[in-house]
Design a protein around this ligand. Sequence first.
Ligand code: ADP
Ligand code: MG
Length: 373
Amino acid sequence: MTERFLERFGAAPTIWTRAPGRVDLMGSHTDYNLGCVLTLPIGRDTWIAARPRRDNFARLHSMNLEASAEFNLDSIEPDAGQRWSDYARGVASVLAREGKTLTGFDAVIHSTVPIGSGLSSSAALECAVATLFEALGGWRLDPVRKAQLCQRAENQFVGVNCGILDQYTSCVGQAGCALLLDCRDLSSRAVQLSPALQVTICDTKSKRELAGSEYGRRRAQCEEGARRLGLKSLREIPLGDFHNREAELPADVARRCRFIVEEHDRVGRMAEALAAHDREAIRGLTAASFRGACDLYEIGAPPMLAMMQAMLNAPGVLGARQAGAGFGGCMVAFVEKARTAEFTREATAAYAAATGIVPDIFPVDAAAGAGRC
Ligand code: ADP
Ligand code: MG
């Protein structure tokens, strides 16, 4: 990154920031329904090397995309031709509206979060940019507030209607533990996972074509369900009450809502199971989550089924499920740490044999949230 910075900007960077990607360990699509999620900030992250400028220009270069962009901090507009830079423009725009002093800069960006695979490279970029503005301006935001502002940038400026999960994990995460996040009041508590367990990402390397449009449809169906039941959000209804009342809903809306209410109910139990290395509970909860994702919420895809089989047949696996929004992309397996290498080898071979696609399977540990380095 330093070499690239010298090449493009003619001097060495003086400020470094980073922000992690994340994987959800339980709680698919619960965030925008104001439910709970068990989430892990991962040691795949987005780095920014920067140097302040004397004028009000922001000049960015992404090593991942081999692309450059430039904008004036006094008049921040989206750029359809450089959509990737909208994540940075959006953060700048939201911070400016909050009355924060913005400083011009030159920056090189490099990420080890796979882009567009469900591990939230978009939030990692936003949170690294927000942290850069803090460092340049000499002011600080509370991490939860920073997450909310980055979410607002993605919602309002980029136009992606995501929940708070990605930005919260990237800003608030702590090294060494998962977070049990309550999206209703934005509180979280640290969860220590069993040290004998290895969280392992299994990237199907398949395109997530439906993710955008279907995400919006799922969200609308959840909102419809909540409205018909007279609730502010699906979070408000206990599982037993929902089962008694789901007949009031149109069948497709009922299935979507049932998944959310059941998935929210699994989150706390999964936190306990992963802390206690409770093999039976991990197996049961992950299997129910994946079954619901495929049959009720319908966010499965053929490559995910192939990966699920490959993961469950590999040695050392305790359980496995979808991750992110679904529709392909990454999945997550919980593996006995001592058997991670065997698991990776065999799951890779089985998935490649079934699909003709070589997956990317790698272990992840809990990394620190966004910060200067
Ligand atoms: P995910 O967040 O799951 O990786 P998204 O579709 O939400 O997938 O966000 C991916 C988009 O974020 C990319 O298409 C690109 O526009 C932007 N992005 C993320 N990381 C980078 C990066 N390192 N350099 C440039 N753009 C990035
Ligand atoms: Mg994203």
